[in-house]
Design a protein around this ligand. Structure first.
Ligand code: NAD
Ligand code: TYD
Length: 365
């Protein structure tokens, strides 16, 4: 089975590549543009594996992607390439439209051309798996409800609107052209190799630097946290065993307010890396201006993937968060260079490939 993982140098994509490569019956090609969020250091555990290869390319580049699909005889495309950070989408939506909507459209075009040229047996087994988010469903009241696969789409941010658009395009390519697709919508991931602009890694590293821990608004917003390695197992199942045309919700069954997440990280660090002078990490918490259009609550009902594909998360939030904090404590080699860049006054994301239009530079971190 030959996989093409797009966005495989990102947080979830790299976990998927590491997970798939552990199976010697799989071959994995990682196609990534290497934006600010792409980091080949996250692939270090598999960079010399016999069944792994990396290609730097943009999903918008139809010629390059078609060549890779043909050269590597791809059976399954897993599309994780995206702009993924809500705050950046508020400051500069342009790259979100470009990659998440136009990029998905171009990938669909390329994949359809490739799929149409396959012999019948390989055509039947081919899948395009599009990875999406629960944020396409909008938000839930604090006092109840969960997202199911049939929940109507009602995205709030430029990020979630761009992901919703891409999901619709993927379904349209299935209904209209017969392309065999599966989709999954997951909740907030966390774990090793998480880029430190998202809440959990940002708070861990700011705390270690004795910097303020920014909590938006009153910290009452709720997210349903999913350990990234549990998600990678779910994605393998959806890609290889999911029903064509179906979507699967993936969640960690771990709803927490943002404030309680931040406080739990502080308490874990108090035990593992006590501050000088008996001070507590909680003293660094700083309530800051809320995010515009901030979704109140997300919660996933994952009973379909559990019932149909036999998936359930192995980590609960306490065990997963402790593993994550320990990983960051032990792996400064990975996050040190990213943080140095930030404090050298450079925009997060000064990568060798500069891709953002001017519009997206203003207001970036
Ligand atoms: P990420 O930002 O960490 O990584 C995205 C990767 O895509 C990077 O390696 C980047 O270089 C690459 N990329 C960006 N534009 C590209 C392009 N045009 N062509 C090729 N590669 C490109 O994102 P993530 O957190 O790993 O998320 C992966 C997917 O999962 C995204 O589609 C995201 O919407 C979805 N998702 C993420 C979460 C989460 O909690 N992180 C939750 C739900 C859904
Ligand atoms: P984030 O990790 O950006 O993921 P998403 O916006 O996709 O849910 O944010 C998670 C939650 O944490 C969200 O409700 C916003 C909040 N948040 C903070 O309170 N402070 C921060 O510094 C960040 C980055 C996020």
């Amino acid at each position: 089975m030959n996989f093409l993982v797009t966005g495989g140098a990102g947080f979830i994509g790299s976990a998927v590549c590491r997970h798939l490569c552990a199976n010697p019956a799989y071959r994995v090609t990682n196609l990534d543009k290497l934006t600010y969020a792409g980091n080949l250091a996250s692939l270090r555990p598999i960079e010399n594996a016999h069944n792994y290869r990396f290609e730097q390319a943009d999903i918008c580049d139809e010629r390059a992607v078609l060549d890779i699909l043909r050269r590597d005889d791809i059976d399954i495309v897993m599309n994780l390439a995206a702009e993924s950070h809500v705050d950046r989408s508020i400051d500069g939506p342009g790259t979100f439209i470009e990659t998440n909507i136009v990029g998905t459209y171009r990938l669909l075009n390329t994949t359809l051309e490739y799929w149409r040229g396959l012999p019948e047996d390989r055509k039947t087994r081919f899948r395009l798996h599009h990875i999406s988010t629960d944020e396409v469903f909008g938000d839930l009241p604090f006092d109840g409800g969960m997202f199911v696969e049939e929940t109507p789409y009602a995205p709030s941010s430029p990020y979630s609107a761009s992901k919703a658009a891409s999901d619709h395009l993927v379904r349209a390519w299935h209904e209209t052209y017969g392309l065999p697709v599966v989709l999954s919508n997951c909740s907030n991931n966390y774990g090793p190799y998480h880029f430190p602009e998202k809440l959990i890694p940002l708070v861990i590293l700011n705390a270690l630097d004795e910097k303020p821990l920014p909590v938006y608004g009153a910290g009452a917003n709720v997210r349903d946290w999913l350990f990234v390695e549990d998600h990678a197992r779910a994605l393998e199942l959806v890609a290889t065993k999911g029903q064509v045309g179906e979507s699967y919700n993936v969640g960690g069954n771990s709803e927490r307010t943002n404030l309680s997440v931040v406080e739990t990280i502080c308490d874990l660090l108090d035990l593992r890396r006590p501050r000088a002078g008996g001070k507590r990490y909680r003293d660094l918490i700083s309530f800051v201006t809320d995010r515009p259009g901030h979704d109140r609550r997300y919660a996933i009902d994952a009973s379909k993937i559990s019932r149909d594909l036999g998936w359930s998360p192995k980590e609960n939030f306490d065990s997963g968060l402790a593993r994550t904090v320990d990983w960051f404590l032990d792996n400064k080699w990975w996050w040190g260079p990213i943080r140095e860049q930030r404090y050298a006054g450079e925009r997060l994301g000064q990568s060798p490939v500069e891709d953002s239009p001017a519009e997206d530079r203003k207001g970036a971190a």
